[in-house]
Each structure stands twice: as structure tokens, then as C-alpha cells.
Design a binder for this molecule. Structure first.
Ligand SMILES: [Zn+2]
Ligand SMILES: [Zn+2]
Length: 345
């Protein structure tokens, strides 16, 4: 079968690899339909790593966002059947370590995450004709466009960002950063009952898409810094914030704009040394700053939102390429002009 394999930094190939085979009675073989290129896939391609600890040391099939159709099931699979369309969660916890026993699956000591170089051997990802996953990683969907299903994983991250804010019903929510994750956070906050959602970014193009994703108001902080100043005056303007830039300066700005004792949900990942330098507002307004690491329980509600149309992710889809054109697709994904780029198989 064919797969999209990263050999080393900048060396991405569409090539033959051995067929994926079911080895565990709980496993499912899925024929892939569509997969989204994520920021972490882009990091593997441009840098050969994701942070200093996760380095590509052997050929890696990238990809962890995707959906497909069940082709074959193991002897003990109960929740899916051949022919079902499924979206897949990338995390495969062990279900028996000390964290799994407490239901804290994201912190599993033996985690296998699709398309990740964190372990050796690497866990091969979704950008292949066929993939084998645990049935617990699958969720059956009905009549869903494959390009929509591929958004289940990033939308789950967005739902976790909203989840960590607590109750958002009737709240005035700020989203810093209107990239793909920021825009999905806008949609997730609206889906969870936020009254008003305001998106801030420095790129007009992404702000226009944030509006399509449900933002009531947008602000270009580069062109309109006075608006940021106004929202910062008198101890802030927003009940809470999802920080989706991973930029320390923007995170400081966000803290300035949130009202005292409000929550800032940190969805954006800071690179080494790139955290906020000014934590004044954090301290003097007793803000609650919560990190968001992946997701677990949020996957179900995110898939439901895609299934029932509460969230339409398609304004974010900039381009779709055949897997054979994976290098072109990756270059397109890296362009500042695009939001989400997907592959078809
Ligand atoms: Zn992703
Ligand atoms: Zn575990």
C-alpha cells in the first residue's frame, strides 16, 4: 500500500510500505478517505522534530487527523462493523496504567499517539491507504463528508479549550489567534453557549474566516491597537479567553483584556522560552490560567457537533490534494495564505 512517509527533515515521500495488519483482537483496519495536515506534521517536515524531545529517528508515516471506512475487524471488536464510516482519535492509551485507571487517559504512561515520533519505534500515522487502530479510537459517523470528518481531532482540541473555561453560557469570550485552532475555538465556544465571541489576530484574512466560523466581532490588533488598549482599560472587558496563538506577547495581551478572576485557557503551545514575559495582570487580577493538553472526553461532543451540523468546519478548508501530491500539499499547508489543507486517499 502507499503512504506519506517522512524520512527526515524536508524529505517527504509518497511510497510503498508493507500493508497494515490487525494484530490485536480489538483492532480495526480502516481504509482512509481524508486526512488533515496539522501544525505538528508541519513541524516534523520543516524541523524533523516537535520540540527538542520528539525527534524523527526512523521513517514516519505522518498524520493524526482523519476519517475512513472500516475494511476489516478483529475477532473481539464490538463497537464498529465492516463498512462503517469512522473518525479516529489519535490517542491510544494503554487502559491499565495508574493514570488510565483514574480515567486520565491523556497522561497514559504507555501512550501511543498516531503519527508521533515520541516513542521508539515511532507510532505510524494516518496518511496511508490503510491504517490499523484500536476500536476505542473509532467513532462511527453517518453520511458525513470525509473532509468534515477529518476536522474531528482539531475540533476536539477546541472543545477542550472551551471545557477548561468552565461554564461559558452567556459569557463574553475572547479568542486570541484566528488560525485553524483559534477559529475552531470560536465555533466551539458558540456551540457551548457563549453569548459573544471576539477573535483577535494580526492577519485580516484569518479574521474574515473567524467571522464565518461564528465570531461576533473581530479585531486586527496590528492595525487597531487602540481597540486592544480600550479592552484592557479598567481591568478588562472579557469574561474569559482562549489563548490560541502560543505567542507570549499575545498571551500577556489576553490577560490584560480578561476581567478579574477570569479564566485564560492556554491552547496555543509556547516554544521554548516563548512564554509571556509580562505576568502583571495575571497576578493583580487573580486570573486562572489553565493549560490544555490534547483531549479525551471532548472527542465525542466534537464529533457530534460535526455530525449534527452545529459546527461547520468547511470555511477553514483551503485546499485538498491527493496523497500522491503530499509534498505540494505540505508546501501549501506551510503557506501563510492557507488555513487547513487536507489529503485524500
Ligand atoms: Zn492535529
Ligand atoms: Zn495508560
Amino acid at each position: 500500500m502507499k503512504a506519506v512517509v517522512l524520512h527526515k527533515k524536508g524529505d517527504l515521500r509518497y511510497e510503498d510500505i508493507p500493508d497494515s495488519q490487525i494484530k490485536d483482537p480489538k483492532e480495526v483496519k480502516v481504509k482512509m478517505l481524508a486526512g488533515g495536515i496539522c501544525g505538528s506534521d508541519q513541524h516534523y517536515y520543516t524541523l524533523g522534530n516537535n520540540g527538542s524531545a520528539i525527534v524523527v529517528r526512523e521513517p514516519l508515516v505522518i498524520g493524526h487527523e482523519g476519517c475512513g471506512v472500516v475494511e476489516e475487524i478483529g475477532s473481539d471488536v464490538k463497537d464498529v462493523k465492516v463498512g462503517d464510516m469512522v473518525v479516529m482519535r489519535p490517542a491510544r492509551p494503554c487502559f491499565h496504567c495508574k493514570f488510565c485507571e483514574k480515567g486520565m487517559y491523556s497522561y497514559c504512561l504507555n501512550m501511543r499517539h498516531l503519527g508521533s515520533a515520541a516513542t521508539m519505534p515511532h507510532v505510524q500515522g494516518l496518511f496511508a491507504d490503510y491504517v490499523v487502530v484500536h476500536e476505542a479510537q473509532c467513532r462511527v459517523v453517518h453520511d458525513m463528508k470525509p473532509e468534515v470528518g477529518a476536522f474531528a481531532e482539531p475540533l476536539s482540541v477546541a472543545f477542550n479549550g472551551v471545557h477548561s473555561l468552565g461554564d461559558v453560557i452567556g459569557k463574553n469570550v475572547l479568542v486570541m489567534g484566528a488560525g485553524p485552532i483559534g477559529c475552531l475555538c470560536v465555533a466551539a465556544a458558540k456551540a457551548c453557549g457563549a453569548d459573544r465571541v471576539t477573535a483577535v489576530d494580526i492577519r485580516q484574512q484569518t479574521l474574515d474566516i473567524a467571522r464565518k466560523m461564528g465570531a461576533d466581532e473581530v479585531c486586527n490588533s496590528k492595525e487597531n491597537p487602540d481597540q486592544i488598549t480600550a479592552w484592557t482599560a479598567d481591568k478588562g472587558h472579557f469574561d474569559c479567553c482562549i489563548e490560541a496563538t502560543g505567542n507570549g506577547f499575545a498571551a500577556s495581551q489576553a490577560m490584560g483584556m480578561v476581567l478579574p478572576e477570569g479564566v485564560v485557557s492556554q491552547v496555543g503551545m509556547f516554544g521554548a522560552g516563548a512564554g509571556p514575559k509580562d505576568l502583571g495582570a495575571f497576578a493583580t487580577k487573580a486570573l486562572k490560567w489553565r493549560a490544555v493538553f490534547r483531549f479525551y472526553d471532548e472527542f465525542g461532543p466534537a464529533v457530534n457537533a460535526l455530525q449534527n451540523g452545529t459546527v461547520d468546519p468547511l470555511p477553514l478548508l483551503s485546499a485538498t490534494f491527493k496523497a500522491a501530491d503530499c509534498v505540494k500539499a505540505m508546501e501549501a499547508a506551510l503557506s501563510p495564505e492557507t488555513m487547513k489543507v487536507e489529503l485524500t486517499f
